[in-house]
Design a protein around this ligand. Structure first.
Ligand SMILES: *[C@@H]1O[C@H](CO)[C@@H](O)[C@H](O)[C@H]1NC(C)=O
Ligand SMILES: *[C@@H]1O[C@H](CO)[C@@H](O)[C@H](O)[C@H]1NC(C)=O
Ligand SMILES: *[C@@H]1O[C@H](CO)[C@@H](O)[C@H](O)[C@H]1NC(C)=O
Ligand SMILES: *[C@@H]1O[C@H](CO)[C@@H](O)[C@H](O)[C@H]1NC(C)=O
Ligand SMILES: *[C@@H]1O[C@H](CO)[C@@H](O)[C@H](O)[C@H]1NC(C)=O
Ligand SMILES: *[C@@H]1O[C@H](CO)[C@@H](O)[C@H](O)[C@H]1NC(C)=O
Ligand SMILES: *[C@@H]1O[C@H](CO)[C@@H](O)[C@H](O)[C@H]1NC(C)=O
Ligand SMILES: *[C@@H]1O[C@H](CO)[C@@H](O)[C@H](O)[C@H]1NC(C)=O
Ligand SMILES: *[C@@H]1O[C@H](CO)[C@@H](O)[C@H](O)[C@H]1NC(C)=O
Length: 745
């Protein structure tokens, strides 16, 4: 029950924080779940591929980078597939260019295939070399050596999210380009060597026997491409027109048409030999390439009388399979699960056993190299948030692919936090920016209204109400059964109340007194006891002449306007200012003394000397600080933004009564004449900063229109609520830093 309440509360905070609605994706998968993209195809119209009858779409809905190009006329061939007629190339400065494939099923296994044919599309006669990434994981290097040759990159991977990016990485050896991109869903039971942490990259997929007829969809329902092969000087084709059955629970589902042909040595006493060489150039540089071989066998002719077909399979000098005897018209597959490593050449040998009367046979073979897929993408909500910002502000630069992963390709100006057991999160945006952020005409105008409001999906007031109500639900559930421990939901005057009006006017209205520096020295006994350190300097303990305890706050700067505002703010849940001192360079503010210190110190486990708060007290702190905040936001004209709502800024007195401190940082907005000044003030504390505010502050640097808002206060307040409920800090070290907001989701 408690867990459910927690979820409700958190979902509210998430909604208030940075809910982002992405545009509906273009380019949905077809009825098979296939996505087929002809990259660089101009216009909006797709077409149906002659051979497969699959619909190919132009790529405009899948990427926002690159340019369309037609290959050189000399390379156009009516025999080759139309996907090769045009390419998309990525000549920009961004190192990484990506396609986004959407509407996927998280956790499902997919076959992803990219085709490349250079065809001298750029007239430079210089085929490039570049890297390909499947999401955030290295897939392979694409090394184009022949302008007329097509290269196929295919991977079988488990996709962790409901979308996946395929990225081309410019490695400084020419402009990346791509001819086509296909995505095909597989059943998770297929290719058991591919799992969440390991992908398979196709090296070869061979259909033994025929000399032509490249097989794919619809003959292979999974649209794998099977390349025909035979060397007629050594082998002879064996074939049948009868259907070859897959066994029950077949994990490869090799199509019958592929199994209907096979090869066997011409000389019955010969073996079948196949080899491949380790290719370090396409593997991730720091890893020894590892290989998986999957061999498919079926006897295609009825074996007469006492005849036996049995053979041993060996790799280099190692036995893989002994006495393999293929079944008549049934698929039998032999494969390794632990990758072969450590050799530069791999010889696969199929040799008849001594009592076999027939030579060996093989119908099909697949070779894969393995890739680790251990990198996890950035936390999805952060990605959608930053993506919306990117879209809104037309940020180009290197904002492509995953924002934080891999680390070497993280987006400029973002700071990311990398946890071991959870996805990386975006924790901030650098402040010292290079101003070349926007392309000229798409920048929001300097005087324009901030457009960020569209990203808020839950009105702040409603969010506040929901937050408080959720907390009530939680507390009521927690306290159910303990009859004495009821909660006053209506905020009627309690023993703590000063009998004030709804905004607390009339409660602690003290005249603002002007102190001299000498007065303060006396009050504080020459600044003897430090209470703490606030945003602008130390806070000292003091006693006025008549015995009233006070907190004396030294400020290094003197924003006059701040003082003007402060003098008329009075509310029972805001720290009262008793007086101030402006003496030359000194700016000192004198506040009422809060004997119990900060809320932060009382949240479980933070400060062992302090008493832990009861649930009722936690609720009361919530309500009282909400009222203080509401007064700043609604009761003040112009409204005030506290800017730094956090548990250390909610102070408690003996009763205990909660009051918001440090709103000296607060600034009036709406009619603000010096927003430029405030922009230079560093405001916000890690863990409490509304991600939207981080972004708006970031853009404020350029456009001078963004301000922290009452919404960012509400976000900070939500974090305080979470702290009160969970007893945890706004930034957890588990062991990598993660914000409480992210932790709790
Ligand atoms: C594909 O089919 C269309 C219509 O039948 C035909 O005009 C075109 O030449 C065919 N293309 C190829 C490459 O076979
Ligand atoms: C490529 O060729 C097609 C058809 O010939 C044409 O419509 C298109 O504009 C060309 N694209 C480019 C980028 O030249
Ligand atoms: C690309 O392939 C060619 C020919 O195999 C080779 O000489 C070259 O070193 C390769 N380039 C890279 C960057 O791997
Ligand atoms: C994936 O397979 C590899 C190799 O068999 C294995 O080491 C790894 O633990 C597997 N990962 C998962 C998540 O099952
Ligand atoms: C078949 O191979 C065996 C052993 O390699 C050899 O002795 C024999 O001459 C070969 N027969 C033919 C017809 O090539
Ligand atoms: C593989 O076969 C070739 C040719 O028969 C041979 O030269 C090579 O030594 C073999 N490699 C291994 C690792 O057995
Ligand atoms: C002959 O082959 C069969 C089938 O593999 C096997 O069971 C038997 O042991 C073999 N006999 C000899 C002598 O190798
Ligand atoms: C096949 O394997 C069996 C069992 O290890 C072995 O006895 C036999 O010699 C092998 N046959 C050949 C031709 O290598
Ligand atoms: C932006 O505008 C400046 C001045 O008008 C111009 O020099 C620059 O090339 C423009 N940059 C872009 C990316 O359009």
């Amino acid at each position: 029950m408690a867990a459910r309440s927690r979820l409700l509360l958190l979902s509210c905070i998430a909604g208030a924080g940075a809910a982002v609605v992405l545009q509906a994706a273009r380019g949905q998968p077809d009825s098979n779940g296939f996505i087929s993209i002809d990259c660089g195809l101009s216009g909006k119209a797709g077409y149906v591929d002659n051979a497969t009858k699959l619909s190919y779409s132009p790529d405009a809905g899948f990427t926002d980078a690159g340019t369309d190009n037609n290959i050189s006329a000399e390379y156009l061939s009516p025999a080759s597939s139309r996907i090769f007629d045009n390419v998309r190339s990525f000549p920009g400065a961004a190192p990484r260019s990506c396609y986004t494939l959407r509407s996927l099923v998280p956790g499902l296994k997919y076959l992803v295939r990219a085709n490349f044919m250079y065809g001298n599309y750029d007239g430079l006669r210089r085929p490039p070399v570049f890297d390909l990434y499947a999401g955030v994981n290295f897939w392979r290097t694409v090394n184009i050596t022949d302008a007329a040759a097509s290269l196929t990159a295919e991977a079988i991977i488990v996709v962790p999210e409901d979308s996946m990016q395929v990225c081309l990485l410019n490695t400084g050896a020419g402009t990346p380009f791509i001819s086509s991109l296909d995505l095909r869903p597989l059943k998770n039971s297929l290719y058991p060597q591919a799992n969440a942490t390991q992908g398979l990259v196709m090296v070869a997929r061979i259909n033994y026997g025929p000399t032509d007829a490249f097989i794919r969809y619809p003959d292979d329902p999974h649209d794998r491409g099977w390349r025909p092969w035979i060397d007629t000087t050594r082998y002879v084709e064996v074939s049948t027109t009868k259907t070859v059955q897959n066994v029950e629970k077949d994990v490869f589902e090799t199509p019958s048409v592929v199994m209907q042909t096979a090869i066997t040595p011409c000389n019955a006493s010969d073996s079948i030999e196949v080899y491949w060489t380790a290719d370090w150039s396409t593997a991730a540089s720091d890893l020894q390439p590892g290989y998986i071989a999957i061999m498919h066998f079926s006897e295609l002719q009825m074996i007469q009388g006492n005849a036996v077909c049995a053979f041993n399979i060996s790799l280099n000098d190692q036995w893989l399979d002994l006495g393999m005897m293929p079944d008549y018209l049934n698929v039998d597959s032999s494969f390794n699960t632990v990758p072969f490593r450590g050799s530069s050449r791999y010889n696969l040998t199929f040799r008849a056993t001594t009592n076999s009367t027939l030579p060996p046979i093989i119908n099909a073979l697949e070779i894969f190299s393995v890739i680790p897929t251990i990198n996890v993408p950035t936390y999805a909500k952060d990605v959608s948030g930053i993506t919306a910002i990117k879209k809104q502000y037309q940020v180009k630069e290197n904002w492509m692919g995953d924002p934080c992963v891999p680390k070497t390709l993280a987006w400029d100006w973002l700071t990311c936090s990398y946890a071991i057991s959870s996805p990386p999160t975006i924790t901030g945006v650098y402040e010292n920016n290079n101003p070349q952020l926007c392309i000229n005409d798409t920048c929001p105008s300097p005087n324009g209204k901030p457009k960020l409001a569209i990203y808020i999906s839950v009105p702040v007031v409603a969010a506040t109400v929901i937050l408080v109500l959720s907390l009530f639900c939680l507390l009521r559930r927690k306290t159910k059964g303990s009859a004495n421990n009821t909660v006053n939901l209506h905020n009627e005057p309690t023993s703590h109340s000063h009998g004030s009006d709804s905004y607390g006017h009339g409660s602690m209205q003290l005249e603002n007194r002007r102190f001299t520096y000498k007065d303060l020295q006396k009050i504080t006994n020459n600044f003897e006891q430090v209470l703490g350190k606030g945003g602008f300097g130390y806070v000292y303990y003091g006693i006025l002449e008549e015995g009233t305890q006070v907190a004396v706050k030294l400020r290094s700067q003197s924003p006059n306007q701040g003082v003007k505002i402060l003098t008329w703010i009075h509310h029972k849940n805001l720290i009262s200012m008793i007086g101030y001192c402006k003496d030359g360079e000194y700016m000192v503010l004198v506040y009422e003394y809060m004997s119990e210190g900060t809320t932060e110190e009382h949240i479980a486990g933070r400060d062992h000397n302090k008493r832990n708060l009861t649930w009722t007290e936690r609720l009361q702190i919530t309500l009282e600080s909400a009222q203080g905040l509401e007064y700043l936001h609604k009761g003040c004209s112009p409204p005030l933004v506290q800017r730094n709502v956090m548990a250390t800024n909610i102070l408690l007195n003996m009763k205990p009564e909660a009051k918001i401190a440090d709103f000296g940082l607060s600034k009036a907005f709406n009619h603000d004449s010096d927003t430029h000044v405030s922009a230079s003030i560093r405001v916000g504390t890690p863990g409490y900063i509304d991600p939207e505010y981080v972004i708006s502050k970031f853009f404020f640097m350029y456009h001078a229109t963004m301000m922290p808002t009452t919404k960012s206060d509400v976000y900070g307040f939500g974090v305080v609520l979470l702290e009160l409920v969970t007893g945890k800090s706004p930034i957890l070290r588990t062991p990598e830093p993660i914000s409480l907001i992210h932790w709790s989701q």
